[in-house]
Design a binder for this molecule. Structure first.
Ligand code: SAM
Length: 416
């Protein structure tokens, strides 16, 4: 078991400790938390009969690393608010001593896990009055620009738009939010204009990926990525960097091992297929390292793919093709055309994407998979199916993108 721990032990003094469900491991030292997460993962794999003695653990910074946060809003018109005048913007409360999850939202004025710019935005937001019932709010801060996504009911949105259009003063909620940053509204991610109209979604730079200069992985350059505010991105740049670097490190290590044992395709140009490419966060670094190879990026969200396409158009990358669709029910991609697979699915996992491989254990290519997962339950289920298809775990890391919380990201290499 390898541990890459920060040099200094951090002591987080959070005013919401014990009250907020977000950071349930604040009582543990970073070392204890690392051991806990490693053991948790190990025991889950042992139950499945997949043993892996060596789990690398890499930890994101102790605090100040998030540049996006999703919050619950309980406005003053919310029936849950017994004292009618008290609104709450924050996270769900921790389970009580009996373990029951009573889903109450606790008000969070400031969060130590946020980058300073995002924490400043949260403090500004907390000064506003939300005359709505309930909903959720995403806040982003990237390169000096703030983003605010309001995921409220149609009824609440209509009310807010009417309030803003009727008021001559600048006191409506929407006009105050527009003073703070770019505002997106609803599941359809409409952009709010300065004259309170909702127009089509627009892509902005809200996150960044990191491109290695070479295969030594000792020098990376950031590259901004386009998305909507509501679109997917990893939660913070510094933790994302660790995830990208570890994914590339395990890839290079295992492919070199395969080449040494002459298992791999030695000098032929390889074809890669990626499930859950998003806006290219992993696609671009992989396409940079393996610049002779061809990549097919698969993604459900068309706006994310549009972001990937536009960044590619303005860059030197010529080796990435893409396709949109629901690939959990994959019937459109012939996997036998590919040598290598990258999986980075949503919480629900890969679904039937690899069914043709898992039902034919001795089938042809591909024989190498990297699986980057943020959700242990679906990861274990997918791993179990891959085991049926003859795949074995050959390297495994935890990239703890979410220190102090129950969550962690796993990077696994599977081979057959
Ligand atoms: C964990 S995110 C990873 C995105 C990207 N690789 C990154 O690192 O930012 C999972 C991605 O899978 C996409 N997705 C969800 N359901 C999908 C499906 N059925 N088929 C293909 N992609 C899907 C999501 O839209 C999201 O972009």
């Amino acid at each position: 078991m390898t541990l890459f721990m920060p040099n200094k032990m951090s002591s987080i003094v959070c005013p919401y400790r014990g009250e907020c469900a977000g950071c349930s491991h604040l009582e543990r030292s970073p070392q204890d938390e690392a051991n806990f997460k490693i053991e948790f993962l190990k025991s889950a794999l042992e139950k499945l009969g997949i043993l892996n003695s060596d789990i690398t653990y890499i930890r994101a910074p102790e605090q100040g690393f998030r540049n996006r946060i999703d919050l619950q809003v309980r406005g003053r018109n919310c029936e849950e608010n017994k004292e009618v005048s008290r609104q709450r913007i924050g996270l769900y409360s921790a389970p009580d001593l009996a373990g029951s999850k009573n889903r109450e939202v606790i008000n969070i004025e400031s969060c130590l896990m946020l980058e300073p710019g995002l924490d400043h935005l949260l403090k500004q937001i907390q000064k506003l009055d939300f005359p709505i019932k309930k909903g959720s709010l995403r806040l982003r801060s990237f390169a000096g620009t703030n983003g605010i996504w309001l995921d409220f009911s149609n009824e609440d949105i209509k009310f807010l738009l009417a309030e803003a259009r009727n008021q001559k003063s600048k006191e409506s909620l929407l006009s105050q939010l527009l003073e703070m940053g770019i505002v997106e509204v609803g599941q359809r991610r409409k952009r709010l204009t300065q004259d309170f109209k909702l127009v089509d979604s627009q892509l902005e730079f809200w996150s960044e990926t990191f491109l290695p200069a070479n295969r030594l992985l000792d020098n990376f350059s950031p590259m901004p990525l386009l998305s909507t505010i509501a679109g997917f991105s990893q939660p913070g740049s510094s933790s994302n960097f660790l995830l990208i670097k570890e994914s590339l490190r395990l890839t290079l290590k295992t492919l070199e091992e395969m080449e040494k044992t002459q298992e791999g395709p030695p000098h032929k140009k390889a074809s890669w297929v990626e499930f859950g490419a998003g806006n290219g966060n992993l696609t671009f670094p992989f396409a940079k390292v393996f610049s002779e190879d061809q990549f097919l990026a698969l993604e459900y969200d068309e706006l994310s793919l549009e972001g990937l396409e536009r960044v590619q158009e303005n860059s030197l990358f010529k080796n990435i093709m893409f396709q949109s669709g629901n690939f959990q029910k994959n019937h459109f991609v012939d996997l036998s055309h590919f040598d290598r697979i990258i999986l980075n699915p949503p919480r629900s996992g890969i679904g039937d994407f690899l069914k043709p491989l898992t039902t034919s254990p001795h089938g042809p290519a591909p024989r190498w998979i990297i699986y980057v997962s943020c959700y242990l339950e679906s990861f274990i289920k997918d791993l179990s199916n891959l085991k049926e298809g003859g795949f074995q775990l050959s390297a495994l890391s935890i990239v703890d993108q979410f220190p102090h919380t129950d969550h962690f990201e796993t990077v696994a290499i599977l081979r057959r």
